[in-house]
Design a protein around this ligand. Structure first.
Ligand SMILES: [Zn+2]
Length: 274
């Protein structure tokens, strides 16, 4: 095991040596966004960084220097605390970082996402696959444990709510102030039945994925606290169940990659004989 799981804390010879033994690396990408009065604005970034640390310690993979800022959907703009990066800027930035990691010997890159910006990261993935031939996965933590979230929590994951606040209570309780937690909802432009929420992108009866419609008013106009849901139901116990499940799933994924493709082997460049 290297002296640190973080790429930026190692020397270049240590990085070169590590990539020869394990060429899988996790790149955490989050956001700087208001998460209600009870949680820090770095929540999305902190979540993936801290979960990645648990995964790295179990699997021996390294973690790339994290990207703290993220791209934002239109309705999140203007709320105090939030600092959005333009989506084309984030896409190019992620592409440069991943290209640099691949050039340093990491042929398998897991972009570990903590914010609703999949449309940007998936766009980067398809261009990177053509340009680098590396193995790349965009893994958004809640997408790994959709069903479990519905079992553990009473309300669905949207934003700064029961789910996100529970996860924060498990990962960095010292930064969470539950005395400020609240419950909020707001009217939408079309009926809720037409569009999904982040963990269930399409409503069960069919409809429009959450990212594909301007169904929400600007949050700063219709929310006082910035909690889209009910943060008062959050507990550390719920957060632990969710975090443990995400970490288990990601470890399982990494172990499969290790088993199937030894270090230095890029699956796209080594297709099976047919
Ligand atoms: Zn969040």
């Amino acid at each position: 095991m290297p002296k640190s799981v973080w790429y930026q804390e190692l020397s270049w010879p240590e990085i070169v040596e590590h990539a020869k033994k394990c060429d899988i690396i996790i790149l955490p990408v989050g956001s700087i966004e208001q998460h209600g009065p009870q949680c820090p604005v770095g929540e999305d970034s902190l979540n993936v960084q801290k979960m990645a640390e648990r995964v790295a310690k179990r699997t021996g993979v390294l973690i790339a220097p994290p990207i703290w800022y993220g791209a934002h959907m239109y309705m999140q703009y203007g709320f105090p605390g939030t600092i959005p990066i333009r989506s084309d800027v984030l896409k190019q930035f992620v592409k440069d970082v991943v290209t640099g990691l691949v050039k340093n010997g990491f042929k398998k890159v897991i972009i570990f996402n903590g914010h609703g910006q999949q449309w940007v990261l998936v766009g980067a993935l398809h261009e990177l696959a053509l340009e680098t031939k590396a193995f790349i996965a965009v893994i958004t933590w809640w997408e790994l444990v959709r069903k479990l979230i519905e079992e553990v929590c009473e309300t669905p994951l949207v934003h700064a709510d029961e789910v996100e606040t529970s996860v924060a209570l498990e990962l960095y309780p010292e930064l969470v102030d539950m005395s400020k937690a609240g419950k909020e909802s707001a009217p939408t432009i079309v009926d809720k039945k037409w569009f999904g929420h982040p963990t269930r992108t399409v409503p069960e009866e069919g409809g429009i994925p959450h990212h594909n419609i301007t169904a929400s008013y600007f949050q700063v106009d219709v929310y006082k606290l910035g909690i889209i849901g009910d943060a008062t139901k959050a507990t550390k116990e719920k957060g632990k169940k969710i975090v443990d499940a995400v970490v288990d799933k990601l470890c399982e994924f990494i172990e499969e990659l290790k088993r199937k493709y030894p270090p230095g082997v890029s699956p796209l460049e080594n297709p099976p004989k047919v």
